[in-house]
Design a binder for this molecule. Structure first.
Ligand code: GLN
Ligand code: ZN
Length: 748
């Protein structure tokens, strides 16, 4: 018996980020639409050839995009909001992605629980004609190369709508769109396509039961076209909805066997004999090779339920980089156990061969040996393990409760002013690091140049009249990379780019071993800054949860344990900062919320260890040391008790919509610690006026005792220019002074 293989999507940015570069050239007017499309087509063609060469039977196609796949479906389905309708073609397309001449772009948000951002469709009654020409043209090109292996990827109607901003109810919206999907499927059928993938990842969300009837009627209609549908789900299991989802009238269903527990569902409820099961067994969200023994035992268990299986990655491979073999700077034993998109294709093929009983070179045994060599290369760090084993509940607790430690902490005027940490990262500052890396600058020269930036930054903050200062983070390219590079157990790639959104790519660090700190990481810059001023300078750290959530993590130990290891390293850093004279230490956790599991019933489990790891890092601080934390999002209502349990003395938060909604969520919950409700949006180049900030602070005063209020921008200033930052901070300080006068007047 030969077992088939499939893919559900591939990285589309280009092995050398060709599409990114072509986009930037196009936007800056250095090239035209034709050359942009040409580059994208070449990348697409290379992707297809790679998958063909790897002998994938059902190659997912049609997921290449110039910006975002959801945006492509917005255009194809005729869902263009009115404000863009006077534009056409690529101008319209990029206006929706990036805004144009004062027309605001579509909102961008994270795709389910990934770090990829999609553009949120805005859907009302008004539809424009659908146009599938570009998609059908892609299908024809793919067929010319791949023949029947070409399987078009279609974003499913219900996932599209559930992740949209809807001006009408879901039933109405579906009935609006259904004809268009029917048309698309019949066009595909007449092209001779043998199967279509309909991606419905929203099926794994916790509230899917509410949409049962809608899924049933929608797929009833779609199936009547007579084109075999493969329904694709990923990122979690189907939960309680499993029994009815597997009965939907489709030819096959893909399940993710790397997250959640689809295996238990499969065993409990079986799988329909008339359907293909797409077994998502090669993890598309991580960069590790498979563990042969684990994967084979899972596959065996699956095959004892159904034999109609097809081997594939768990989701689109867009979430991993292209090729691990290019990472020649990584130690070989590590590189040998990495699996990026190309390696994952080979793993899929290898597994299918093994199951079919014809793995010629016993490649599984080779992988096993590579893992053994890796374990030799990266042995367990007994000291770290021991420290974790010895932890007690007391290690997670500050020595005094907030009410008692607060009076011992620095006493500042009402409405104390501060910033979130970073100041402008100018091209000159970035150039310093490039020179250091190239060996064109000695470490001592580099440090002297950084210190000069720190000195300038301290002086400007004093001139602006801020109460609590920061050193400016000039030595950091990135808040995760900076720490990862100084911790053992972290590795960094050269070419490991993944798309974050549009032309934006990131290179997440890889956590491969036990994490430990080898030397202080931030103390030098703190001391330089503190020596230049009599005001308090905050020490500045990135928290354990953010370091975890923005990296590729290990699969051999739980995320919780990795977070606790990082927390230990940060705990030592907090102690060192304190010893060096820091009276305040900020531990940033901007990624705490985005690590929330897709199913709400798993939130508590995640938040329990996430908050514990923060507490482990922070609780070493003496009572008189003030711990700050910063989070850049604005929904707190549903996790407020966990925010409280962080037990930070001061919490600074985003408030970009400037409507104080976040503040109300916090005050409604009776939050008793101090809050810096961002008084202006750092993402906008506009300099906020004093009046505007006074207004916002007055609302704050109406809702929160004065003793609890801090005044700060809503995030770091690193992407802004000095010309914007200086007047903005002066206005902010003026606003705080105005409030001090107000409250003085009322207390008289
Ligand atoms: N301290 C960091 C900065 O100011 C925080 C960044 C963030 O919240 N993402 O840049
Ligand atoms: Zn932020």
């Amino acid at each position: 018996m030969t077992i088939q293989t499939a893919t559900l999507g591939y990285p589309r940015i280009g092995k050398n980020r060709e599409v990114k570069k072509a986009l930037e050239a196009f936007w800056s007017g250095k090239s035209n639409a034709e050359s942009l499309r040409k580059v994208a087509h070449e990348v697409e063609l290379t992707n297809w050839k790679t998958q063909l060469l790897a002998d994938i039977d059902c190659i997912g196609i049609g997921d290449t995009t110039l910006y975002d796949l959801v945006l492509d479906w917005i255009v194809r389905l005729g869902l263009i909001p009115e404000r863009f309708q006077s534009l056409t073609g690529l101008e319209q397309y990029f206006a929706m992605a990036r805004g144009k001449d004062g027309i605001p772009a579509l909102e961008m948000t994270k795709w389910l629980d990934t770090n990829y951002h999609y553009l949120v469709p805005e859907i009302d009654q008004t539809l424009q004609p659908a146009n599938f020409d570009d998609f059908l043209e892609t299908v024809r090109r793919a067929q010319a190369l791949l023949g029947e292996r070409a399987v078009p990827i279609v974003l499913g109607p219900l996932t599209l709508l559930r992740l949209s901003r809807l001006e009408l109810n879901l039933e109405q919206a579906v009935s609006h769109l259904l004809d268009r999907y029917l048309l698309l499927l019949s066009e595909l059928k007449s092209l001779g396509v043998v199967e279509v993938q309909i991606h419905e990842p929203a099926l794994v969300l916790g509230d899917t039961a509410n949409f049962k009837a809608l899924y049933q009627s929608t797929f009833d209609s779609l199936s009547r076209v007579g084109l075999p549908i493969h329904l694709v789900t990923y990122f979690d299991d189907l939960g309680a909805a499993y029994p009815w989802i597997v009965e939907l009238p489709v030819a096959g269903i893909s399940l993710d066997f790397t997250r959640g527990d689809n295996l238990a569902l499969l065993k409990a409820y079986g799988f329909p004999v008339d359907k293909q099961l797409g077994v998502g067994i090669v993890d598309a969200r991580n960069i590790w090779k498979i563990r042969p023994e684990l994967v084979l035992s899972t596959l065996e268990a699956i095959q004892s339920v159904t034999s109609q299986v097809r081997i594939q990655p768990s989701a689109s491979l867009q979430f991993v980089p292209y090729d691990a073999m290019r990472e020649t700077n990584l130690p070989e034993p590590l590189r040998n156990v990495l699996s990026f998109a190309e390696q994952k294709l080979n793993e899929v093929a290898m597994l299918a061969h093994t199951l079919s009983g014809d793995d010629p070179g016993d490649r599984m045994a080779v992988v096993q040996t590579q893992w053994e060599a890796f374990e030799q290369f990266s042995p367990v760090n007994e000291a770290v393990k021991q420290r974790l084993r010895n932890l007690t509940i007391g290690d997670l607790e500050r020595s005094l409760p907030y009410e008692q430690r607060q009076p011992q902490q620095p006493q500042l005027p009402p409405f104390p002013t501060t910033t979130i940490g970073s100041f402008p990262q100018t091209p000159e500052v970035r150039q310093l690091r490039v020179k250091l890396k190239r060996g064109e600058m000695a470490q001592s020269e580099y440090e002297a140049a950084i210190d000069a930036e720190i000195a300038k930054c301290i002086q400007l903050q004093e001139e602006a009249g801020l109460d609590v200062l920061v050193h400016g983070e000039f030595e950091r390219t990135d808040m995760v990379e900076f720490f990862g590079q100084q911790l053992s157990g972290f590795a960094f790639t050269e070419q490991g780019w993944v798309q974050s959104y549009g032309s934006r790519c990131v290179r997440p660090p890889i956590i491969y071993g036990d994490v430990a700190r080898t030397a202080p990481m931030t103390v030098r810059e703190f001391q330089v800054a503190q020596s230049l001023t009599s005001k308090i300078v905050k020490g500045m750290l990135t928290g354990p949860v953010t370091l975890i959530n923005w990296s590729f993590v290990r699969m051999d130990i739980p995320r919780s344990e990795q977070a606790m290891q990082i927390a230990l390293a940060l705990r030592d850093e907090v102690a060192d900062l304190e010893a060096a004279g820091a009276k305040m230490v900020q531990i940033d956790e901007p990624a705490l919320r985005e690590g929330l599991p897709l199913k709400p019933e798993r939130w508590n489990e995640y938040l329990a260890w996430a908050v514990d790891s923060f507490r482990l890092a922070a609780s070493i601080a003496k009572p008189e040391t003030q711990i700050h934390t910063h989070m850049c999002y604005s929904e707190f209502g549903d996790i407020i008790e966990h925010i409280e349990r962080l037990d930070a003395d001061v919490l600074s938060i985003e408030n970009s919509r400037s409507n104080n909604e976040t503040l109300f969520e916090i005050t409604d919950a009776g939050y008793r610690h101090q809050v810096g409700n961002g008084v202006y949006d750092v993402h906008s180049p506009t300099v906020p006026s004093t009046e505007q900030m006074v207004q916002q602070l007055r609302t704050g005063v109406a809702n929160l005792p004065v003793e609890q209020i801090w005044v700060n921008p809503d995030c770091g200033l690193k992407t802004r220019r000095w010309e914007e930052v200086i007047p903005a901070l002066k206005n902010m300080v003026a606003a705080a002074r105005q409030l001090r006068e107000d409250s003085h007047a009322t207390s008289k």
